[in-house]
Design a protein around this ligand. Structure first.
Ligand code: DI6
Ligand code: FE
Length: 401
């Protein structure tokens, strides 16, 4: 059915800029945008349904392109301990840190993981998110990675949001493989990835390239295995040190390299050449009180597309609002509100390999958009969280969570 949406202004985000249409009209047909432009140029025709958007600013539905939404337990107790002076090393030695989330995730049933993840996902959705990426990586064995990825698929089936699943089995070394990282990588490449891919649970493959995680050589083996299965790759790179994981990601035409505080200009050049998106994660930057900024000028100079995501995870970014991340992108990473919004729409779509259909408001694309009762697009990165008045349309249909 054809629907007309009018009495609005639109920031289409085409080509990564606001690309504003004032006094706009949008015609949707089923799940797609059939026409979008100035209302005065609306093609004559029958519009069986007409929606008055009351002067709203319409943007593409927000896209959170890097999250770890599914996990057991949480680490607010460790947060409190750290602020009382207990060091991260002491917490880790007592079995805390990522190992505690792995234990809690393994102990949780699929239903329990679904219930807790759905609450977090709904919080992001109430903030205008219509597409999201969710990683595994707290199971670290076949059965538990499968359990996490099944929860990801179920979230997609049961909530009005498009979900991409990423297998992050190479996130940390499971206790069964202490001091045997290469053997764990073998297990990922020969057993886990082929099985999970065959079950249709994996849209992309990620790894944690860091001295605390896996070496570039180990990551490369995971990338080769992913490519043999026809799966695109992405990478956690240069978060804590410079191992040139982002250049490695570029060599494998990764969809994105993420974090990137310690990347070099040469890494930026390699990413620009391969079209690999730089996903910056201001929540983790803030929560870890990081002081090393990603090389913003090098990224801009070489034309690397920059996306912004929540990195929602229990250890380093317990972030339940993508709009708050836009604010942090501006205040902490010195981005402009326009760059930040492009980072959570069109460039986030590119980071998920879905920019053909999502991320900007153009004829032919999927009709996922948010009509915000705001004064101007910069409001989206100006307000610190809160619940902005809005209407959310997904696949051409108004939704609520
Ligand atoms: N980088 C991070 O910041 C998170 N994972 C990663 O690869 C941390 C995950 C955690 O601490 O639970
Ligand atoms: Fe992450």
């Amino acid at each position: 059915m054809k629907t007309l949406w009018q009495h609005c202004h639109v920031a289409t985000m085409a080509q990564g800029a606001y690309s504003i249409i004032e006094d706009a009209a949008i015609v949707t047909s089923g799940a797609h945008i059939e026409w979008i432009g100035p209302r005065g140029e609306l093609p004559p025709g029958e519009y069986p349904a007409v929606n008055d958007l009351n002067g709203a600013w319409v943007t593409p539905g927000l896209i959170d392109c890097h999250t770890h939404t599914v996990f057991g337990g949480n680490r607010s107790g460790e947060f409190e301990q750290r602020l009382q002076g207990v060091s991260y090393a002491e917490i880790a030695a007592a079995g805390g840190g990522i190992a505690s989330t792995v234990r809690a995730t393994r102990a949780a049933s699929e239903d329990e993981l679904f219930a807790s993840a759905a609450k977090r996902l709904k919080s992001l959705m109430r903030d205008g998110v219509t597409s999201i990426e969710i990683k595994s990586g707290y199971g670290l064995d076949l059965a538990n990675e499968r359990k996490m990825l099944r929860v990801v698929r179920r979230l997609s089936a049961e909530l009005p949001v498009s979900v991409r699943s990423t297998c992050l089995a190479a996130h940390a070394l499971p206790p069964e493989y202490t001091d045997r990282a290469d053997a764990y990588i073998d297990h990922i490449c020969t057993e886990m990835l082929p099985a999970l891919a065959a079950e249709g649970l994996v849209d992309a493959v990620d790894a944690f390239c860091e001295y605390l995680g896996f070496s570039p050589e180990q990551v490369e083996r995971v990338f080769v295995a992913a490519q043999n299965l026809g799966l695109p790759v992405k990478l956690h790179a240069e978060q804590l040190s410079s191992l040139h994981g982002s250049s490695l990601a570029a060599r494998y035409h990764a969809l994105s390299a993420d974090h990137l505080e310690f990347m070099t200009e040469d890494d930026a050049i390699a990413m620009a050449k391969s079209g690999t998106v730089a996903v910056l994660l201001p929540g983790a930057f803030y929560f870890l009180r990081e002081t090393q900024l990603p090389p913003m000028e090098a990224l801009r100079k070489h034309g690397v597309k920059i996306a912004i995501a929540s990195d929602l995870n229990p250890g380093t970014s317990p972030a339940l609002s993508l709009r708050l991340m836009l604010n942090m992108a501006c205040t902490c990473l010195r981005m402009t509100p326009e760059e930040a919004l492009a980072g959570a729409t069109i460039h986030a779509a590119t980071a998920l390999g879905m920019a053909e259909t999502h991320g900007s408001l153009e004829a032919g694309k999927v009709a996922d958009f948010v009509a915000w009762q705001i004064d101007r697009p910069a409001d989206l990165s100006y307000w610190l969280g809160g619940d902005l008045e809005k209407r959310v349309v997904r696949h051409g249909v108004e939704t609520s969570v």
